[in-house]
Write a protein that binds this ligand. Structure first.
Ligand SMILES: *Cc1c(COP(=O)(O)O)cnc(C)c1O
Length: 427
């Protein structure tokens, strides 16, 4: 399938008159349509809720768009909780799915009334000591160990992951939590990441539904919700078939009717915590070609670098690139597309077939709406870029300004150098 940018070269030429490259651009229309499709796919389940994984795209304007579609938020840190609170979410619209959790974060999550999802058995005690009680609604994260396979293919390796409780611990946890006053229980599991198949959620749901039936039977705990968490993927490469959320919802529905309903558990709510699927395709990093270099390979240097988008450097992740205005040109050149970090892994593409790129061309780096900007860092003292929203009416709104050197140096305010730096910056 051909990947089509959600802006044209002419639109970007207009945008750069106000906002220089590089920048992230998000597509409001795409975000809304997709969120509606998610809710439609699970409309058969009365309590369904998508808790958007804030870590994927922590921007309050984008979060607000999702909140208006009915989404809650999945947080796993203090600042994510603060941001979510600023967007206006509170109480059970917040899921706190953290791990290795500092005490102060449990305190804040409790203050906001968030649903706390315990990552570990030992956290029962830790939570109780920290907030002085066990909340009435509580969730536990499950890790079945081993490998997660689908159609005999290994999808991921839960046995190697740090998250969740073993099955025995989970049963024990429910008993203890119940004895300590918990009334409504949730089960959570995240067993495979970026799955580009319609079968992941249904298979995970089947596993968790059976577990829920067993748990209710053995512990008497009232399972109120089952949280399928994240992991629904997107096709980063043009040859992949996108997930069909309607089919995914239907697949989960079939498992629900097969396992939960006959067990008298037809009132269990389904929760999801998707990040990538909600936002990934609806964000792009737009960057300009500023240099070309001809040595043993052909290089195009752009004005963004791994600080703006770390996934290629970190995971060797593929992100499709469209050279705007050259959508229909033959891809008869082969380039490494690089950023300016003093790190040889700072490459957005390696040996990529692309049309001839000229200095000044705009590159649209696809599918960076989730885990893109958010993963940014400041290596080499490089600064993070702006985030822009392409609204449904075609206008563009600045939803986060680019960092300036002042931002970068702000934490030196404890030193004498601070005054010197500020003098240099102000000159
Ligand atoms: C990262 C994360 C998610 C979102 O994962 P995606 O792959 O973006 O869907 C959801 N829940 C938890 C607990 C996570 O850590």
């Amino acid at each position: 399938m051909m990947k089509k940018p959600f802006v044209t070269k002419a639109q970007v030429e207009e945008i750069v008159k106000n906002f220089p490259t590089p920048f992230y651009l998000y597509d409001e229309k795409g975000i809304i349509e997709n969120a509606k499709a998610v809710y439609e796919a699970f409309s058969w389940n009365k309590g369904f809720k998508e808790y958007f994984a804030v870590k994927a795209t922590p921007n309050p304007v984008l979060m607000d768009i999702l909140a208006k579609q009915g989404c809650g938020f999945d947080c796993s840190s203090e600042t994510e909780l603060i941001l979510t609170s600023a967007v206006g979410a509170s109480g059970q619209d917040i899921m706190f799915s953290s791990n290795d959790t500092p005490a102060r974060e449990y305190v804040l999550a409790d203050k906001l009334g968030a649903i706390i999802n315990l990552d570990d058995f030992t956290h029962i005690d830790f939570l109780e000591k920290t907030i002085g009680k066990i909340p009435e609604t509580i969730s536990c994260r499950y890790n079945p160990g081993g490998v997660f396979t689908m159609s005999n293919q290994i999808m991921d390796n839960p046995g190697d992951s740090k998250y969740g409780m073993t099955k025995d611990q989970l049963f024990e946890a429910f008993k203890i939590l119940k004895a300590k006053g918990a009334k409504k229980f949730g089960i959570h599991a995240f067993l495979a990441s970026n799955t580009v198949t319609n079968d992941y959620y249904p298979q995970l749901a089947g596993q968790l539904f059976e577990l829920a039936v067993e748990l209710e039977k053995e512990t008497g705990a009232d399972v109120a919700f089952i949280n399928l968490s994240g992991g629904v993927g997107i096709p980063y490469t043009p040859d992949q078939e996108p997930n069909d959320i309607a089919k995914i919802g239907q697949g989960v529905h079939e498992q629900y009717d097969k396992i939960l309903v006959p067990a008298g558990m037809g009132d269990v709510a389904i929760f999801t915590e998707m990040g990538r699927f909600m936002m990934g395709p609806y964000g792009a990093l737009v960057t300009k070609a500023i240099h070309e270099k001809h040595i043993y390979k052909e290089y195009i240097g752009v004005d963004a670098c791994a600080v703006n988008l770390m996934r290629p450097a970190m995971y060797g992740a593929y992100h499709h690139i469209t050279v705007l205005g050259k959508e229909n040109d033959p891809c008869d050149y082969e380039y490494d597309v690089t950023g300016s970090l003093c790190e040889n892994n700072d490459k957005f593409a390696i040996g990529r077939k692309l049309p001839k790129i000229d200095k000044g061309d705009y590159l649209f780096i696809h599918d960076t709406g989730a885990h893109g900007y958010a993963m940014g860092y400041n290596y080499n003292g490089k600064l993070k870029c702006a985030e822009l929203l392409l609204r449904e009416d075609g206008t563009v709104k600045l939803i986060r300004r680019a960092e300036t050197p002042k931002d970068y140096f702000a934490t030196f305010d404890v030193l004498d150098y601070s005054a010197k730096i500020n003098r240099i910056l102000d000159n």
